[in-house]
Design a protein around this ligand. Structure first.
Ligand SMILES: Cc1cc2nc3c(=O)[nH]c(=O)nc-3n(C[C@H](O)[C@H](O)[C@H](O)COP(=O)(O)OP(=O)(O)OC[C@H]3O[C@@H](n4cnc5c(N)ncnc54)[C@H](O)[C@@H]3O)c2cc1C
Length: 176
């Protein structure tokens, strides 16, 4: 692991890249381990877009109600509530990072409405939203001294015997 890096992040999809960006913004170094290449993640292939209550007449409560209805009993209500509440803030963060979501005008986004959504609340970049987000994040992180990319496969987790907490990972020829 890169000297001084004390955080290991497994995966370089939205989850891993946003996590390493968040640590870096706090001045914390991380190593992002990913299998295969950066373009073979579900995140890269996600097309439709990201939902967040944005319009004045919409709300995170309505977003949550729509999601739970669509989930038909399969949703964890606490998780849905958390993400629906956080969504506008996270979308604002992606905008600030430079994700070029489609717009109708300088100050209006071209939001779409699909599935069970009762309001237009889906931000997208044409039909390659995931690709655009990954590209934006990678552009930020590739020259970031706080971030090291490691193209390796994680074969197992190293856990502390007493607490069961994960304290490291096993790679093909080394442990971190
Ligand atoms: C075709 C498609 C369309 C989609 N459209 C949408 C959409 O419109 N809107 C939406 O919200 N969601 C959509 N999704 C779902 C969304 O893409 C995923 O929920 C999201 O990308 C998951 O992100 P992630 O970071 O958790 O995982 P991923 O993007 O899958 O990244 C996983 C990472 O983990 C790494 N990894 C896995 N195993 C190992 C290992 N053993 N060792 C090292 N690294 C490993 C991989 O290399 C990869 O970098 C879509 C998914 C697909 C496949």
């Amino acid at each position: 692991m890169e000297s001084g890096s004390n955080i290991i992040i497994v995966g370089a999809g939205f989850g891993g890249l946003m996590c390493s960006k968040t640590f870096s913004d706090l001045g914390v170094k991380s190593t992002v381990i990913y299998d295969g290449d950066l373009e073979h993640t579900s995140s890269f292939y996600a097309q439709g877009g990201i939902a967040g209550a944005w319009l004045a007449e919409d709300s995170s409560v309505k977003h949550m109600e729509d999601t739970i209805l669509a989930g038909d009993g399969l949703c964890d209500t606490n998780v849905v509530q958390y993400f629906c509440k956080k969504a506008p803030e996270l979308i604002r963060r992606l905008i600030k990072l430079g994700v070029p979501f489609d717009k109708l005008s300088d100050d209006e986004y071209r939001l779409t409405k699909e599935g069970a959504h009762s309001f237009s609340r889906i931000f997208h970049v044409k039909d390659y939203t995931g690709h655009a987000i990954i590209q934006t994040l990678v552009n930020h992180l590739k020259n970031d001294d706080n971030v090291t990319f490691l193209n390796e496969s994680v074969k197992g987790l190293i856990q502390c015997e007493s607490s069961n907490k994960v304290v490291g990972v096993c790679l093909t020829n080394q442990e971190l």
